[in-house]
Write a protein that binds this ligand. Structure first.
Ligand code: NDP
Ligand code: GDR
Length: 381
């Protein structure tokens, strides 16, 4: 059925736009990405530009430079060269701004990747995390509806394996019950259900991608994988002695961000809106990740001690040196002990297949961090 465009911005029937269908709207290939300056935002933007999309991104005003992950994609707006990437100031806490940017950009696809995404920080900034990650998602969904695009524009919500929290069964799939363990997880649970609710209440093409941990050389430096690979690179080059870590027993299902942004896009190209898990189907401890990162640089480790006295010693120096120690400051008030995802539904219905395995991921990150520690490449985050 033709879907009339109506709402605040005045595309009522008779405007000539009344015959627009979701199919013809999708052909415009205009994406709006919140969180575009983050790890996933930068890879997704690369993917969308390579597929011929025009990409509009939401960026926050900051006193420091926050677009370094996009630098290689950016063209000066005054240059004559064709430009398909546009950035708009805004924030998920500012409803009027979201309505105005959606009205101005008229996207065919919206990817909501913006979030206060650090689980440990969410315990210290619980209200703010709820406002951005939970209510912020509602504000964006409402902005799409206010502009009258809810039957045309497809919506992707960055949901997370943190929803499973205290896991009820393993491996986790789309039917596993949720039990979040942090203000971040609880805020994302609200956003998850809001996305489902807008699908059911307004017929919106709204999908949750329940993504397990995914990393890359562009991962923020305070997440465990990047903290480890940077520290290993610095220790290797003699620029740092030791890294201080939290819970080494936590198990995560770690994949490569490049594979996961492909899955996000596939969800919005599917013939119906649905929720999908993206994961590798493998789990590893933090300790294993540390061992692997050191072994890539041929540094043999020996673990000694227990609890907060546990530490790792590198054996290739005389005398052997302590390179990993425990600092309780990095423990969380409530921990997610084990995550292991089952991506069968995405593999079968979206034909999604990851290309990177765990060792290739860690190698990519270690090599990139060694190159940036040597000053051979710029570190973009
Ligand atoms: P990052 O932390 O790298 O990026 C977060 C992005 O959100 C940044 O662009 C940040 O802007 C922006 N942002 C933060 N607060 C606001 C706000 N109030 N208004 C507007 N923008 C804001 O996250 P990732 O790229 O790793 O993750 C992308 C999304 O996927 C997040 O929602 C995350 O919670 C979720 N997720 C991530 C997983 C992962 O393993 N990476 C797994 C599952 C879900 P700025 O650069 O200015 O700080
Ligand atoms: P996570 O990622 O909480 O799973 O959330 P993070 O890398 O922060 O932690 C993974 C596990 O490592 C343990 N850990 C440490 N973590 C950090 N950050 N620093 C340390 O020093 C450290 N030592 C041990 C943690 O306790 C935890 O168990 C990420 C984010 O990207 C979320 O936004 C996303 O939703 C989930 O992944 C899926």
């Amino acid at each position: 059925d033709p879907t009339p465009l109506c709402g605040l911005f005045g595309f009522g029937s008779g405007s000539g736009l009344a015959e627009v269908t979701q199919e013809s709207w999708a052909k415009r290939k205009v994406a709006f990405v919140t969180g575009i300056t983050g790890q996933d935002g930068s890879y997704l933007t690369e993917l969308l530009l390579s597929k011929g999309y025009t990409v509009h991104g939401l960026i926050r005003r900051s006193s420091s430079f926050n677009t370094s992950r996009l630098q290689h994609l950016w063209r000066d707006q005054h240059s004559k060269a064709p430009n398909k990437l546009f950035l708009h100031y805004g924030d998920l806490t500012d409803s009027a701004n979201l309505v105005s940017v959606i009205a101005k950009t008229q996207p065919s696809e919206v990817y909501n990747l913006a979030a206060q995404s650090h689980v440990k920080v969410s315990f210290e900034m619980a209200e703010y995390t709820g406002d951005v990650d939970g209510i912020g998602t509602l504000r964006l969904l409402e902005a799409i509806r206010t502009v009258g695009l809810e039957k045309l524009t497809k919506f992707y919500q960055a949901s997370t394996s943190e929803l499973y929290g205290k896991v009820k069964s393993t491996p986790q799939n789309e039917d596993t019950p949720f039990h979040p363990r942090s203000p971040y997880g609880v805020a994302k649970l609200y956003a998850y259900w809001m996305t489902v609710n807008y699908r059911e209440a307004y017929g919106m093409f709204a999908c949750n991608g329940i993504l397990f941990n995914h990393e890359s050389p562009r991962r923020g430096r305070t997440f465990v994988s990047r903290k480890i690979t940077r520290a290993v690179a610095e220790i290797y080059l003699g620029k740092q002695d030791c890294m201080w870590m939290g819970n080494l027993d936590a198990k995560r299902d770690w994949g490569h961000a490049k594979d996961y942004v492909e899955g996000m896009w596939r969800m919005l190209q599917h013939n119906q809106a649905d929720d999908f898990v993206l994961a590798t189907g493998e789990t590893h401890t933090v300790r294993h990740l540390i061992n692997l990162a050191f072994s890539i640089l041929s540094i043999p480790l020996k673990w000694v001690g227990e609890g907060i006295d546990e530490h790792a010693i590198r054996l290739d120096t005389i005398p052997p040196r302590v390179v990993v120690r425990i600092d309780p400051r990095y423990f969380r008030p409530a921990e997610v002990d084990l995550l292991l995802g089952d991506p069968t539904k995405a593999e079968n219905e979206l034909n999604w297949k990851r290309r990177w395995n765990f060792e290739e991921l860690v190698r990519d990150m270690v090599e990139s961090d060694v190159n940036s520690a040597r000053g051979l490449v710029e570190d973009h985050n």
